[in-house]
Design a protein around this ligand. Structure first.
Ligand code: UDP
Length: 374
């Protein structure tokens, strides 16, 4: 085999596909899990409901390149993700937007806050909460100060403490900036041009990306079983970079999740696919899967999502924990990785980056372009 790909998630599948189809070279894809598709893995359960085993995945992208690649292998439905959160007992839209004001506050106050927001920010602008709190205008305006503190406390503080174990200001600002205060009436979670759910699911999509004669897949196979990386022309490693080096410089921290699934004897449990509980309970959100593909069943399946510390051998890595200390350790591993001329690291774990699916796909496409243009 010329090429080895470690990990059969999106990053691994896309790079394997490009090497096999564009260079016509053989690729061996291994994964220690018993299934392909990594943490995007989904399956139909005994009620014929498509379950996202590792939490809700919604495809969204503005990248023409990513879209062209993905569209070769699947059709998306026109699902546009919306998320509600229970704040002070009221179910309202997240990201916090102009409509949220009216759900939560008395009409007069909501109107005043909307007017003030619109006089300070352009319509459709997105303001990360940590910036909104720091704005000078806030110092001059009691209403906006009240609003910034309210959103920080009711939407971000407790959710982030549950999710990351720290306060919003103690995690890289790009994390909370993913869900900015949105000066808009657009209730969607994402504004990307292309968004939806693959109608046959993510596992099927990854299967199609990998389904080429030059690609061989071996599941339940650990990278540790590969004796010698130098026997391959190229190795694409999408596992955790610290694991590749046997934790020589120490372990990179990750956040994990536990999903507690419940089958309910009713057609629907909640009005939406995801409802966040920023301030209540010890789970962050409840997923109800049948909303994604409009699955028909008398029953429904929900999952409560509990953030966990990642512990080696006990649970899965889900998120890199982005802060200065961890980034500096990652950079040391990255430096070490330069000694291998034929090993490429990619993916959420290989790059230690909080990629969405489209960003992981784009990274794999761009790595391929780098290789062929080198
Ligand atoms: N967040 C929050 N409250 C919410 C939603 C998000 O505090 O109701 C913060 C939290 O820190 C979270 C981050 O914003 O980790 C990013 O949220 P996103 O929904 O993008 O997370 P993912 O779906 O990737 O877990």
């Amino acid at each position: 085999m010329n090429n080895l790909v470690v990990g059969a998630g999106f990053s691994g599948a896309v790079i394997a596909n490009l090497i096999a189809t564009k260079l016509n070279e053989e690729v061996l894809v291994i994964d220690k899990k018993s299934h392909i598709a990594g943490n995007c893995y989904d399956y139909r359960d005994n009620n014929n409901i498509m379950i996202h085993k590792y939490g809700s995945h919604i495809f969204h992208t503005n990248s023409e390149k990513v879209w062209k690649f993905v569209a070769q292998f699947c059709d998306l439905n026109q699902y546009m993700h919306k998320v509600y959160a229970v704040i002070d007992g009221i179910q309202t839209t997240i990201p916090f937007n102009l409509n949220t004001l009216y759900d939560i506050f008395p009409q007069k106050l909501a109107q005043r806050l909307e007017d003030k927001l619109l006089s300070h920010y352009k319509y459709n602008s997105k303001v990360p909460i940590l910036e909104f709190q720091k704005q000078d205008i806030k110092e001059q305006d009691d209403d906006l100060k009240f609003l910034a503190d309210y959103i920080y406390e009711k939407v971000f503080l407790n959710y982030t403490k549950k999710q990351w174990g720290v306060k919003p200001e103690d995690i890289d600002s790009i994390v909370t900036a993913r869900i900015p205060v949105f000066i808009s009436k657009d209730n969607r979670y994402f504004q990307d041009i292309y968004q939806g759910i693959p109608i046959d699911g993510y596992t099927k999509l990854v299967e199609k990306i990998l389904n080429f004669p030059k690609i061989k897949i071996e599941l339940n196979k650990d990278f540790k079983e590969i004796k010698d990386v130098s026997s391959f022309k190229r190795v694409f490693y999408t596992g955790a970079i610290d694991e590749f080096f046997d934790y020589e410089l120490g372990q990179l921290p990750y956040r994990s999740l536990e999903f507690k699934f419940e089958e309910k004897d009713c057609a629907f449990y909640q009005k939406n696919s995801v409802i966040n509980y920023p301030c209540n309970y010890d789970f962050t959100r409840i997923h109800e899967y049948k909303h994604y593909l409009n699955d028909k069943s008398d029953k429904t399946v929900i999952a409560k999502e509990y953030p966990k510390i990642f512990k080696l051998g006990e649970n899965e890595r889900y998120y890199p924990i982005l802060n200065e200390e961890n980034t500096s350790l990652y950079n040391k591993y990255l430096q070490k990785s330069k000694q291998y001329k034929n090993v490429y690291f990619l993916g959420r774990l290989g790059d230690y980056k909080y990629y969405d699916m489209d960003k992981a796909i784009l990274r794999a496409i761009e790595l391929f372009e780098e290789i062929i243009n080198a």
